[in-house]
Ligand binder design. Structure first.
Ligand code: SF4
Length: 291
């Protein structure tokens, strides 16, 4: 992952004040999945993106799940896929190194191979630059955190061990095969983003936190959104989020609205302010030429 432990710890100091002033009630924890409001009205195996949708009317969810439209990823989505892919691949190389006798030269060659396997899939030069930058930053961050931990200065960097985790979200109505970018500490979930900042990213953090709580029976109160983009050089911005009562309620309300929409098969309107990166632009324009 591209964020050092010290950045994460700095955010946690700030977020802890919020948590102390406005704690999460037990009924809003993921482990309360047997009773409302966490218990869903129906178990549809929703993807996080079905609930935390970038479409203002969630018409993309309806198109995917009711109509059965399969859209090809747009170039911005391809950047996101390759960025996530390179983090997974480089982390896997590091993990193998930590438990083997690789020499540093072999490690470096393995990381290079992992990075290039993703840059070559990029549709644009800028995509390749972001992917290469994120791949090497992941490597340097994990190695430096590991070295600091070996001197006892930092905790052992769980980022190297607990990233790209599969989580069962079915107790709260989500998919039984969710993927969480990283859990660097027991009570923190990290989500890596390549697009514009959006409030729905916070909803996604709430989804991951509730699913983790349902699986692990341990509180997950904090989220870290990590944005990466290219602007002549790799840019990285982090934002800490307290996954408090209001955010949890917003996610649960949104989840229930999606369940209602899918059970009734009610068709949402075409949005008036569609993001130009939406892969369904052609579909919605064909169906509603006035949009
Ligand atoms: S084109 Fe607009 S209305 Fe259609 S799914 Fe995309 S954002 Fe939603």
């Amino acid at each position: 992952m591209v964020v050092k432990s010290e950045v994460l710890l700095k955010w946690l100091r700030t977020l802890r004040y919020l948590a102390e002033g406005y704690p999460v009630e037990p009924e809003l924890r993921g482990w309360s999945w047997q009773s409302p409001p966490v218990r869903p009205r129906s178990y549809l195996g929703l993807a996080v993106q079905d609930v935390a949708s970038y479409c203002p009317t969630r018409r993309d969810t309806w198109l995917r799940r009711v109509v059965g439209v399969r859209a090809q990823p747009t170039p911005p989505m391809r950047v996101g896929l390759e960025v996530h892919g390179v983090v997974t691949s480089v982390t896997a190389v590091l993990r193998r190194y930590l438990f083997s006798n690789y020499s540093p030269a072999v490690l470096s060659r393995e990381v290079e191979k992992a990075v290039e396997s993703h840059t070559k899939n990029c549709p644009t030069r800028e995509c390749a630059q972001v992917v290469r930058g994120v791949g090497w930053l992941t490597y340097h961050t994990l190695v430096s955190d590991w070295l600091w931990s070996s001197y006892g200065v930092m905790p052992v960097p769980a980022m190297a061990l607990f990233s790209e985790l599969r989580v069962d979200g079915s107790p709260i109505g989500l998919s039984n095969n969710m993927r969480v970018d990283a859990i660097p500490m027991a009570n923190v979930v990290v989500d890596l983003k390549t697009g514009k900042r959006s409030d729905v990213h916070e909803l996604a953090l709430a989804a991951y936190a509730l699913a983790l709580e349902a699986s692990l029976e341990a509180p997950v109160d904090y989220g870290l959104l990590v944005y990466v983009w290219w602007n002549g050089a790799l840019q990285v911005e982090t934002r800490g989020v307290y996954i408090g009562p209001d955010l949890r309620k917003s996610f649960l309300d949104a989840r229930d609205e999606v369940i209602d929409m899918l059970l009734t098969k009610r068709e949402p309107q075409v949005a008036v302010d569609c993001p130009q990166t939406c892969p369904y632009l052609e579909v919605c324009r064909v169906e509603n030429p006035s949009s």
